[in-house]
Design a protein around this ligand. Structure first.
Ligand code: FMN
Length: 199
């Protein structure tokens, strides 16, 4: 079957970063569905076939460990450690994080060569977009987050990785789309304002 141009255009244009998911107990992501999304990432263009992407699919235990890292960073940026406000921020952050139906961490294998490194980041980004489109086509929303957990040593420890070899470039928060995903940022500048067509 040939994919129609208008269907592909619609998929690309309608995909939104998702900030609101259906409850994970009533709408869990099945392993095979998730694998379909990850497989799509593998087919992204990548110069010299470096295939620089690595994925860590979190289960409930690892999500709970990451929730404490997330909460400590979030509470620490909002209140004095050990204060009552800190404890409140911490608890609500853990709760919020545990509600995310599925988390996939994406890392880039770091080349020693600066040019390859840059190209590899581009390739990883292409892979993430493939994943996002494949997910969206199945009613699954993704939020690509680059928040502070990606820089935390505790996250690298959880994955048993070294930041010298792997750079974490995305936490993908995934789940079945609820409503408009709580996303109000669908606008784009018109093509004419960002393109120049030369003779
Ligand atoms: C490299 C990169 C990093 C991003 N980091 C974050 C992030 O940390 N938090 C977040 O809410 N969205 C993040 N986003 C999603 C963008 O905010 C989102 O794509 C943008 O608002 C446009 O919305 P759309 O994806 O619905 O078209 C990131 C996107 C990219 C490409």
């Amino acid at each position: 079957m040939t994919l129609r141009t208008e269907d592909l255009a619609q998929l690309i244009q309608q995909r939104r970063s998702c900030y609101l998911f259906k409850d994970k107990q009533s709408a869990p992501l099945q392993t095979n569905t998730l694998k379909t999304c990850l497989e799509a990432a593998l087919w992204a263009p990548n110069h010299k076939l470096t295939q620089p992407w690595r994925f860590w699919v979190l289960g409930s235990q690892s999500q709970a460990v990451l929730a404490s890292t997330y909460a400590a960073l979030r509470a620490g940026s909002r209140a004095e450690v050990d204060s009552e406000a800190y404890r409140l921020h911490y608890t609500s952050a853990v709760e919020k994080f545990l509600q995310i139906p599925q988390i996939v961490l994406v890392g880039q294998v770091l080349s020693d060569d600066a040019v390859i490194r840059k190209e590899d980041y581009a390739a990883c980004a292409c892979g993430i977009q493939n994943l996002q489109l494949m997910a969206w086509q199945q009613g699954i929303g993704v939020q690509w987050s680059t928040g502070p957990i990606l820089q935390a040593q505790a996250t690298y420890d959880l994955l048993e990785q070294s930041p010298e070899r792997i750079e974490l470039i995305g936490a993908l928060y995934m789940g079945y789309v609820q409503g408009d995903c709580n996303n109000q940022s669908a606008k784009r500048k018109p093509l004419e304002s960002v393109s120049v067509w030369l003779d």
